[in-house]
Design a protein around this ligand. Structure first.
Ligand SMILES: NC(=O)c1ccc[n+]([C@@H]2O[C@H](COP(=O)([O-])OP(=O)(O)OC[C@H]3O[C@@H](n4cnc5c(N)ncnc54)[C@H](OP(=O)(O)O)[C@@H]3O)[C@@H](O)[C@H]2O)c1
Length: 263
């Protein structure tokens, strides 16, 4: 008989797509899901990074890189079509790919606003739309398909720090999560969001390189006194994707070591 841990948290045998799955937070999620026994597809623009991680993870399980630029609607649809040539059921979709920008209020252009929104907000919606039939094919009342959207505490806090488009895109992802959850639960698809605080990635390395002393002062502000790790994001995705999370939909989980609520 399976242990209580397996009954509650096993995702072995499930299929998963992780957008932006070769780098940063996406790579932590891909690695966790492969090690947990999922057949994982990862996507991104960089062939080199994608093939490198897929090659490494293939030693422990199943990982395939599909190269697509999700800022283009055609490419989103091409990804869904290519994925459909590999699998007939999709159990876990992680909408993780995203980009960050921050500029003084006076210098933000309409074009930079639009290009950020295309990737951070439009792509997760279009990809969900394009993958609905694969998700429904893998879903049942007892074991719904799971969509995990990666939001941000930047979409929950009032301060902009110049990241107007980014914060609005992430607040939009949180609201999209609630709306999709409301519409899709009766179709056996759960939709939840994780709103990370600070995790090591190219994105945060960019902040820390641009602002002297930011890393130290940020660590001082996080009540947990550390950045997020593979166990933190991977464990939350496993929870949301396993039997343990089957009754949870429409939730936005801040995964930030207490930063959002810090005085
Ligand atoms: N790190 C944090 O502390 C933090 C905090 C809050 C929220 N987040 C969110 O977490 C997610 C991952 O961020 P990260 O920190 O891991 O950033 P990252 O290291 O910059 O990774 C971004 C990922 O998205 C992919 N990507 C970027 N543009 C793309 C495009 N046009 N088409 C397809 N894929 C694209 C990248 O792959 P390619 O470059 O190969 O395309 C990469 O895999 C983002 O949604 C971000 O907003 C991160």
């Amino acid at each position: 008989m399976a242990s209580i841990y397996e009954q509650l948290f096993s995702v072995s045998g499930k299929t998963a797509l992780v957008t932006g799955g070769a780098k940063g937070i996406g790579a932590l999620i891909s690695r966790t899901l492969v090690l947990a026994g999922c057949q994982v597809f990862i996507t991104g623009r960089s062939q080199e990074a994608g093939e490198q991680l897929a090659g490494e993870l293939a030693r422990y399980g199943h990982c395939t890189f599909l190269r697509h630029d999700l800022s283009s609607e055609e490419e989103v649809r091409a990804l869904a079509k290519e994925l459909g040539s590999h699998i007939t059921e999709l159990h876990i979709l992680v909408n993780n790919a995203g980009t960050f920008s921050a500029e003084p209020i006076g210098s933000i252009s309409g074009q930079s606003w639009d290009s950020l929104m295309e990737l951070n907000l439009r792509a997760p919606f279009l990809l969900t739309q394009a993958l609905l039939s694969l998700l429904e094919a893998g879903a049942s009342t007892d074991d719904p398909a799971r969509i995990v959207n990666i939001g941000s505490i930047g979409g929950l806090m009032p301060q902009s720090n110049g990241a107007y488009a980014y914060g609005c895109s992430k607040a939009g992802i949180h609201q999209l999560t609630r709306m999709l959850a409301s519409d899709l639960r009766s179709r056996n698809i759960n939709v939840n969001a994780i709103a990370p605080g600070y995790f090591p990635s190219d994105m945060t390395a960019g902040f820390f390189a641009a602002v002297p002393d930011l890393k130290r002062s940020m660590l001082e502000r996080i009540p947990a006194r550390r950045f997020g790790s593979l166990e933190d994001i991977g464990g939350t995705v496993i929870f949301l994707s396993s039997r343990a999370g089957a009754y949870l939909t429409g939730g936005i989980t801040a995964l930030d070591g207490g930063l959002l609520g810090a005085p």
